[in-house]
Design a protein around this ligand. Structure first.
Ligand code: ATP
Length: 252
């Protein structure tokens, strides 16, 4: 990815608020959130249930509009983009990794990883295929590219999902509870991998998680409580993060 010039700030929210519904049924999910995500970092977002983590991720990914404030991905202010523009932005500049892997069962590993190109209406170029194969090798999937998802372990399936998220060299990857379905060894492998990708390819990753052990792999941990940033801390051990989250849950 060294040939891609990346802005220093991968994403930024300025004064973002999100209110669902109106009148008596209005719920304020986010309230004046200011957040800059620096390129090449792994940032974890933690917080009690209902605190606004998913809403923040959805607003950053253009899946949901902010009620007020602005959101940028790299140099692009996405606040006023239309649906087509947002779809293209998501497809070409963002990557997603979910708890449920979301692989296509009928496609091989290679077919799944090159799917983003197909969805973009084209075949990968020779250079892009070289990159995809480099990724598969780097993620320990080189020998498995002809297999289908059901022939892989959970950890291997999640690595395929990560390779797919990286295939288009996105500006930002959102990982939503990516280790929720994995045992502790596979979880550690996946989290170490995500962190290593930030180092090796200057990849930016935003990890939404309830798990202090997962968040302990991050360079920075943002705690959301009641729709606002309650704490913003540097790399910390799981015990420290667990204590912060417990204190927030007691007050939630
Ligand atoms: N589509 C919606 N319509 C109405 N209210 C919503 C909607 N989505 C979320 N909310 C509300 O907004 C608040 C924040 O929800 P959000 O899903 O962002 O929290 P979260 O931190 O991701 O929670 P969890 O950890 O349980 O997934 C909650 O009060 C929730 O009930």
């Amino acid at each position: 990815m060294s040939d891609t010039v990346r802005p220093v700030i991968a994403a930024e929210a300025k004064g973002v608020s999100k209110v669902y519904g109106t009148g008596d049924s209005a719920t304020t999910a986010l309230s004046g959130v200011d957040l800059r995500i620096e390129s090449g970092t792994l940032t974890a977002i933690m917080g009690p249930s209902g605190s606004g983590k998913s809403t923040l991720m959805h607003v950053f990914a253009g899946l949901d509009n902010a009620t007020s404030g602005s959101v940028s991905i790299g140099d692009t202010d996405i606040t006023n983009l239309n649906d087509n523009e947002l779809t293209l932005l998501r497809r070409r500049r963002l990557g997603f990794v979910f708890q449920a892997f979301n692989l296509v069962p009928t496609l091989t590993v290679l077919g799944n990883v090159t799917l983003p190109f197909e969805l973009d209406g084209r075949k990968p170029s020779t250079a892009e295929l070289v990159w995809v194969r480099e990724l598969l090798a780097r993620l320990g999937l080189g020998m498995l590219e002809a297999r289908r998802p059901h022939e892989l372990s959970g950890g291997q399936q999640q690595r395929v999902a990560i390779a797919r998220a990286l295939a288009m060299r996105p500006q930002l990857i959102f990982a939503d509870e990516p280790t929720g379905n994995l045992d502790s060894r596979s979880s550690r492998e996946v989290l170490t991998l995500l962190r290593d990708l930030t180092r090796e390819y200057a990849q930016t990753v935003v990890l939404v998680t309830h798990d202090p052990i997962a968040a302990s792999h991050a360079d920075r941990i943002i705690f959301i409580a009641d729709g606002s940033i309650a704490h913003d801390v540097g790399a910390s051990d799981a015990k420290t993060l667990s204590d912060i989250i417990l204190a927030l849950e007691v007050n939630a």
